[in-house]
Design a protein around this ligand. Structure first.
Ligand code: AMP
Length: 405
């Protein structure tokens, strides 16, 4: 595996695929969370320090799926120009922005780029060719640079033009950025040779989204903790009364199958024993209280794990030496239902201090660990939700494969 550390960028134009798909404020369109931009800085700094120049390529949102009411592309809402001030302040240099990733202006800007300069191209997904993995589109992008760097782990599971297809035009000049390299190292540490006991904590909305990863993890972990909305499907499958809680009725047999498979594999499965319930899916809901997860009143829905479940899960986490966390324990976005997720995050931070290796798997778990202020106190927070899950599921990620071929 060749990374940017193995390459001298002096006088080279580096075409760098980053993941600057950052959240923007709905009104001002300013960047509200710069985590992904900050993550790419070491790679960019290495190129500049060597005496190279940078052409940045990224997507932002899904502009072709979220059109204006009149069917046109919502350009301003999806423009990468909003990231320019953040990149400039983190890199401490000026960024040249071109409002199109194709066409004469982009080609001319790339051509006259000098060592030490940074050029940002407009959102790749303004062109349908990007997500289609169009070879001609990829070839046009490839013509801008001398060397290709992929540092966008968040899109490594997509066979898009800029994330995978383009690599064929740089047979001897394609490299992993530091984000990619660190992501792979952290997943390998967990999956290939974990210090034991190894515990996976799975949460989130649906069993169906997580089934493949749960099946893979059953081959590897000592403990599997399940929380979040999907725990109610398990409770119902076991004969519980779950009121109006979220439930995937058609996944009840699957839940029983997982319980059985865990038993066969010698994995200790920990399900919540109690639940925080409310009348409606709202922070203003009345009648918030706790009950056994098997005895939720008919008119209430479970929105977080209860205190006994927190104590149980904390105890398991405290015994573990390697912990992988994916998915919240409840509706952590609402303060009344954040406790389970917050306590898990807090315990992971504590155990990291005592030497456990803790990997937080992107998406909502990363948002939660950020929200509760523990992101710097765990071993690694993945930048890629979907990509990480697919990797753990055992799928080949095109963005990684194309760099290795
Ligand atoms: P996922 O995208 O599958 O990881 O699901 C994350 C979402 O599940 C978060 O937005 C949580 O608010 C939500 N969630 C977690 N627990 C519950 C629950 N008990 N009922 C409804 N939604 C939940």
């Amino acid at each position: 595996m060749k990374t940017v550390a193995d390459y001298n960028f002096k006088d080279k134009k580096a075409l760098v695929r980053v993941d600057f798909n950052v959240p923007l404020d709905k009104g001002t369109l300013a960047v509200t969370d710069d985590t992904r931009i900050r993550a790419a800085i070491p790679t960019l700094q290495k190129i500049l320090n060597d005496g190279g120049s940078i052409i940045l390529m990224s997507h932002l949102g899904r502009p072709l799926k979220k059109l204006n009411d009149d069917g046109t592309i919502a350009i301003n809402k999806h423009s990468l120009k909003h990231t320019v001030p953040v990149i400039e302040s983190l890199l401490k240099t000026t960024v040249i922005f071109v409002d199109d990733c194709m066409g004469d202006a982009a080609a001319a800007a790339a051509k006259k780029l000098m060592p030490g300069q940074v050029l940002l191209l407009e959102n790749l997904r303004f062109y349908k060719e990007e997500e289609k993995g169009d070879v001609t589109f990829a070839q046009k992008l490839a013509a801008y640079g001398d060397v290709y760097v992929n540092d966008a782990f968040g899109t490594a599971h997509r066979a898009h033009a800029s994330t995978a297809v383009i690599a064929q035009f740089f047979p001897n000049h394609k490299l992993f950025g530091f984000v990619m390299a660190n992501e792979l190292a952290s997943i390998k540490k967990v999956l290939e040779n974990p210090a034991r006991p190894f515990t996976a904590i799975m949460g989130g909305a649906k069993v169906s989204d997580k089934i493949l990863i749960i099946e893979q993890l059953l081959q590897k972990v000592d403990h599997l903790i399940i929380g979040g909305a999907m725990a109610y499907t398990f409770a119902k499958a076991k004969g519980g009364k779950i009121g109006t809680s979220l439930c995937e009725e058609d996944k009840l047999p699957l839940a029983l199958e997982i319980i059985e498979k865990a038993e066969k594999a010698g994995v200790k499965l920990h399900l919540p024993v109690d639940s925080v319930n409310a009348e409606s899916f709202s922070n203003d809901a009345r009648k918030v209280g706790q009950s056994s997860i098997m005895q939720i009143p008919d008119d209430l829905m479970g929105l977080d794990i209860g205190n006994n479940s927190v104590a149980l899960f904390v105890e398991v986490i405290r015994q573990s030496k390697t912990i992988l966390w994916n998915g919240p324990m409840g509706v952590f976005e609402m303060s009344k239902f954040e406790n389970g997720t917050k306590k898990v995050a807090e315990t992971l931070a504590e155990e990291t201090r005592f030497g456990a290796y803790t990997l937080i798997g992107g998406g909502d778990s990363a948002a939660a660990i950020n929200k509760f202020g523990f992101a710097d106190n765990v071993s690694y927070v993945s930048t890629g939700g979907g990509a990480l899950l697919e990797y753990i599921e055992g799928k080949e990620l095109p963005g990684i494969k194309m760099l290795l071929d």
